[in-house]
Design a protein around this ligand. Structure first.
Ligand code: GDP
Length: 433
């Protein structure tokens, strides 16, 4: 879905406005200095159109001064957005910090909706007019607290958001395969990209219907063309220390949405970290095919290798089904192994098990390992089918709820019986009482 970013100084009421717009689907916590929030974006809907609201949390005032900090954070959010809601405190008017943000917004040339918040009554309306002077178009008077004015604001915002043809994170069929190269900073994403691209790098045109910059590249691998998505984001040096993880996660989420397969890059130089695990989780949640790539293999010695294997067993057991490729972006060692791994994961991601074959599998499984009896009852599996792929999704018609453990057992057996390496599998139940 298209992205709408909300920016503004602390205390202008961003969180309240955000909560208004997402309608308490998930409450946004207040800005807490020094805290980086996990959540970077929220699903929202207005007049039947889905969009993603991006919050600019994690404000940190430091020695650099709040002015600079706020403008920097806002800039990161703006780069990722299709349109921007810029919130001011309508009763305070434009401050020096706000002016700095306005300057940045002029450079970015993204659609901006200027919001004068805290206009809780008509008596305050006269406060809004001076904001015309900012040259950001018509200010929208809003009371996030009372919920007034937000409808007009959203009507206007939607006009600036690209209409996405496909829904719910679906990716278009056909054309070169779309790859998201993800991983925490410094694992070697941009180095690997450079190594893979070599001289064959071609920048893809603007994505149709969006206002985003050209961000993708076509790369030849294994005799095939691949679209690596958001390579601009990978190559853009992360010069901002604060909040960079926050936006790196947002970028990862966006890249996954646009890709069919993810290469999750880890570095063997350092222990598998929490951030690595979080990125793995994002990839799993996205339902995309995956390949795990371990970079900087040239730096690996026996001792580190010993610990690495243990870290993989401990932290990455839940994705043990993903193909593993060991590479060195520095020397190019094993870079030719990436394409076959990608192909295999994608093939399995699109694998369809014929209904007859699937039911034969279920029959054998249930005969050998029946569902445990609970409270005198034993749920039976009547029939199974695989209605969809990308990723493979199975539906079981049952006479009662299956234990989560039994469901996991079915998934494990599916993986043992068919080749599902590199793809998540979903198993849903339809209970017929
Ligand atoms: P990114 O933030 O994930 O894009 O990481 P970079 O590509 O900027 O790489 C971070 C650092 O790791 C740089 O100093 C690279 O030169 C270094 N690096 C990347 N890949 C390798 C590798 O395979 N081996 C070694 N020894 N260093 C690497």
């Amino acid at each position: 879905p298209p992205v709408l970013a909300i920016i503004g100084r602390p205390n202008v009421g961003k969180s309240t406005l955000l909560n208004r717009i997402i309608q308490s689907r998930e409450a946004v916590v207040e800005d807490v200095p020094g805290v980086t929030r996990d959540r970077v974006s929220y699903p929202a809907e207005w007049n039947g159109r889905d969009f993603t609201l991006v919050d600019t949390g994690g404000w940190e005032a430091d020695a650099k001064g709040l002015h600079k900090r706020v403008a920097e954070q806002a800039e990161l959010a703006v780069d990722e957005a299709d349109a921007v809601v810029f919130v001011l405190d309508g009763l305070v008017g434009a401050t020096a910090v706000d002016e700095a943000v306005v300057k940045m917004l002029r450079r970015k040339k993204k659609p901006v909706l200027l919001v004068a918040n805290k206009i809780d009554s008509n008596a305050h309306m006269s406060e809004v007019y001076p904001l015309w002077n900012l040259g950001m178009g018509e200010p929208f008077p809003v009371s996030a607290l009372h919920g007034t004015g937000t409808g007009d604001l959203l009507d206007a915002a939607l006009k600036h958001l690209p209409k996405t043809a496909q829904h719910g994170g679906m990716v278009p069929l056909g054309g070169p395969r779309r790859v998201a190269l993800v991983g925490r900073p410094n694992v070697g994403k941009s180095s690997l990209l450079n190594k893979l691209a070599g001289a064959d790098r071609v920048v893809v045109d603007k994505v149709a219907g969006t206002t985003r910059d050209p961000v993708d590249e076509l790369i030849q691998l294994g005799g095939e063309e691949w679209t690596f998505v958001d390579t601009a984001g990978i190559r853009r040096r992360q010069h901002m220390a604060s909040g960079s993880e926050y936006y790196a996660m947002l970028r990862t989420q966006r890249a996954l949405e646009r890709a069919e397969v993810a290469v999750i890059l880890l570095s063997v130089e350092e222990p598998v970290s929490e951030q690595d695990v979080r990125i793995v989780q994002m990839a799993l949640d996205s339902g995309r095919a995956v390949v795990l790539a371990f970079n900087k293999w040239d730096l690996l010695d026996d001792e580190r290798r010993y610990y690495l294997e243990r870290e993989i067993e401990r932290d990455l057991a839940h994705i043990a089904w993903a193909p593993r490729v060991n590479v060195s972006a520095l020397t190019g060692w094993h870079k030719d192994r990436l394409a076959p791994a990608l192909q295999r994961s994608l093939q399995n991601w699109e694998q369809r098990i014929p209904t007859g074959r699937f039911n034969a599998f279920l029959g054998e499984l249930v005969a050998a390992h029946p569902h445990p009896v609970r409270g005198g009852k034993q749920p039976r599996i009547l029939f199974g089918t695989q209605p969809s792929t990308r990723p493979p999704t199975f539906v079981l018609f049952t006479t009662g709820f299956l234990d989560p453990g039994y469901r996991r057992f079915i998934i494990r057996r599916l993986r043992e019986t068919f080749d599902f390496s590199g793809t998540p599998i979903q198993v849903q139940m339809r209970v017929r009482e």
